[in-house]
Write a protein that binds this ligand. Structure first.
Ligand code: GLV
Length: 310
C-alpha cells in the first residue's frame, strides 16, 4: 500500500513517523518523486497540491487532506473528481480552533487590548465590564469547527448564534440559515467569527455590505480563509470606526506582503495561520482509520461533497 505525501517537505518526516506508527505496512513516499512510477500510488496525502499533479497518479483510491479546509485541493481545474476527497477532522484541530476563537472573543469582551495599551502608558483605571449573557457572538459556519466553538462559547455564557447552510440544533445556539437570515444574524452580532469553508458562495462574504449590517463597534475574527474577506472594505470599516477591531489569522497571500496595511494597523491583530495546527500524531490516527475503511471496501468518513464545495 503506497501513500504519497504532497506538502512542505520539511514536515514529511514527522508525518512518515506518525503514519507508519498507525500503518506499519504503508510505503510512505514524498513528492517530488519524479523518478518513481506513478501507477502504484494508492493514496495522496496533500496540502494545496500543484494543479494538474493529482491526475498524473492513475490508480489513486482517495485524496486525503492534511487540513480541515479543502479549497486548496478542489481549486485544481484538473482534479480527478471521481475520487473521494477526505477532509481532516480530528479533536486536536477542533479543540485548537475553539481555543483560538474563545481567546479572541474574551480578548474583545474583556477589553484586553485596551487594557494592554493603557498599562503600557502607565494608566491605572477600569473600563465597564459587560454582561456575558448579553454579549452577542455570531459564528459564520456551524460545521465541525464552528459548531464546536459555538457550543463552548454558549457554555461560557455568551449569547451565541450561528449562520450555516442547513439548520443546526446546538444547545444554547440560535441557528440562522439562508441569505435572507444573514442580515438578521449580522444585525444581532457584536463579535463575528468566520469559520466557513471557502467556496464560490462564501468568498468575499465579509465585505462592505455585510460589515455595514453589523452593529457599530463590532469586532471581526477570521480564522477560516483570507478569501472570505474583502481586505479594502474591512480596512475602510476599521478606519471609519464602524468596526472596533479585527483579528485575522488567514490572508489572500500568506504571509501578506510587507507593505500590507494589516501588519501595522492599530485595530488589527495578525496571527500567522496558526489558529489551529494539524498535529501529525493525532491526525494520523484518523487518516489511518479512513485508509482502513477504504481497504475494507467501506466509504471513508467526511468525504467532500463537490457540489457543495466542502
Ligand atoms: C487549515 O487552515 C486547515 O484547513 O486545516
Amino acid at each position: 500500500m503506497k501513500l504519497l505525501f504532497i506538502s512542505a517537505v520539511d514536515k514529511a518526516e514527522a508525518w512518515r513517523e506518525a503514519m507508519l506508527n498507525e500503518l506499519p505496512e504503508l510505503e510512505f513516499r514524498v513528492w517530488p518523486d519524479e523518478a518513481e512510477p506513478r501507477d502504484d500510488v494508492d493514496y495522496a496525502l496533500v496540502w494545496r497540491p500543484p494543479h494538474g499533479l493529482l491526475k498524473t497518479y492513475p490508480n489513486l483510491k482517495a485524496i486525503l487532506s492534511l487540513g480541515a479546509g479543502i479549497d486548496g485541493i478542489v481549486c485544481d481545474p484538473e482534479l480527478p473528481r471521481h475520487l473521494p476527497i477526505v477532509r481532516l477532522v480530528d479533536h486536536c484541530l477542533t479543540d485548537g480552533m475553539s481555543e483560538y476563537v474563545i481567546y479572541w472573543v474574551l480578548h474583545y469582551h474583556r477589553h484586553m487590548g485596551k487594557y494592554s495599551r493603557m498599562v503600557a502608558d502607565g494608566k491605572w483605571s477600569n473600563l465597564p465590564q459587560h454582561d456575558t449573557r448579553l454579549r452577542r457572538v455570531g459564528i459564520l459556519g456551524l460545521g465541525e469547527l464552528g459548531g464546536n466553538a459555538a457550543r463552548k462559547l454558549a457554555a461560557l455564557g455568551f449569547d451565541v448564534a450561528g449562520w450555516s447552510r442547513s439548520e443546526k440544533d446546538i444547545q444554547g445556539v440560535t441557528s440562522f440559515t439562508g441569505r435572507d437570515a444573514l442580515k438578521l444574524f449580522l444585525a444581532r452580532t457584536e463579535i463575528l467569527v468566520c469559520l466557513l469553508p471557502l467556496t464560490d458562495k462564501t468568498a468575499g462574504i465579509i465585505n462592505a455590505e455585510t460589515i455595514a449590517q453589523l452593529p457599530h463597534g463590532a469586532f471581526v475574527i477570521n480564522s477560516a480563509r483570507g478569501g472570505h474577506v474583502v481586505d479594502a472594505e474591512l480596512l475602510a470599516a476599521l478606519n471609519s470606526g464602524h468596526l472596533a477591531g479585527a483579528t485575522l489569522d488567514v490572508f489572500h497571500n500568506e504571509p501578506p506582503p510587507p507593505d500590507h496595511p494589516f501588519w501595522s494597523h492599530p485595530k488589527v491583530a495578525v496571527t500567522p495561520h496558526m489558529a489551529s495546527l494539524t498535529v501529525p500524531h493525532y491526525a494520523a490516527e484518523y487518516i489511518a482509520m479512513n485508509i482502513r475503511r477504504i481497504t475494507a471496501g467501506e466509504v471513508p468518513l467526511n468525504v467532500v461533497d463537490l457540489d457543495k464545495g466542502y
